[in-house]
Write a protein that binds this ligand. Sequence first.
Ligand code: F6R
Length: 367
Amino acid sequence: ELQQYEHYMLKEIMEQPEAIKRTLKGRLTEDGVAIPELEGFLHSRNLQSFEKIMIVGSGTSYHSGIIGKKILDSLIEIPVEVAIASEFSCEHSTLTDKHLVIVVSQSGETADTLSALKEAKKYGTPTIAITNHWKSTLSRQADCTIYTYEGQELAVAATKAYTSQITGLVLLAIVLAKQMNGRGVEQIPVLLDALHSLSEDVEKCLIMTQDAIDQFAQITNDQEKIFIVGRGSDYVLALEGALKLQEVAYIHADAYAAGEMKHGTMALITPGIPVIALATQHHLREKTVNNIKEMKARDAYVVGITTIGDDSISSVVDEVMYIPEAHPLLMPILAAIPLQLLAYYAGCVRGYNVDRPRNLAKSLTVE
Ligand code: F6R
């Protein structure tokens, strides 16, 4: 089952081009996206009357939800909020049938997430599930389900689940934008083109980053702290990268919005401390470069991750790693790859069981 891989986590990271292909399979048409599972649901609702969308998930699925919000924000008009499933019932007693709740969960069995779904149903709020597990409790209880079809994920850390969920959220966003005639509909043809080459881009990204990340991971062996910073969707990536490092390599990894460092956390930057600076979004790069300079001035060891062809950060960081350039809304899928690999190799260097981290379970069936 493991084929040539030593661990499921690496196997599943490497499977992402295939997993994404499966999520997209049969769903990309000449001029749009077809998700037959959604049709009955969408026809029975007046999408124009929706007032707000809420996305809910736990852990990595919460992080893909935040990326989902950014994608929806650029394609449709109505406000989109994201909530951590375990906080959902504490915060959202104002749901109505004019809201749409999107629930994201790889397993479809996470208790916190199921309880958020139950909360939404209490208010008659329509629900869409995005999950990998066929006939999971989540898919049985939601009004309709978009399956990610990424294949079985056995390592505790979610890797291909994250990239497949974002792919599923992009598909859903395109369908909703078309039906709601959202502000971003003119972007859809370019986005569709980019989806066609997404699996190939992910493949390239794996090839471009694997060895360099493996090498960098070796120097994390004696580090107890790592900072990951970025702006916009790169900040969300930082959250996801930090979660992976905590989970698999037991490193105290902290994610910060790059511009936020100077408001307090900069005090923790000491000489040699590793910082991963993500700069995969063109329009935010200049400001991120300024933030990197501030950290370099305190002698942090900065590894920059940017897109190929960008030379704005190479002169300000200690090391730079390049990933392929794709549509800005799809960059969070590519940028996840080096961070997943880093957690994997750092966990291995430290001698931990990367597939079965301590204190964690794959499916969390208690709240
Ligand atoms: C992190 C991880 C967890 C899960 C979370 C939700 O690598 O695996 O944070 O993402 O427990 O699980 P699902 O998606 O099954 O609801």
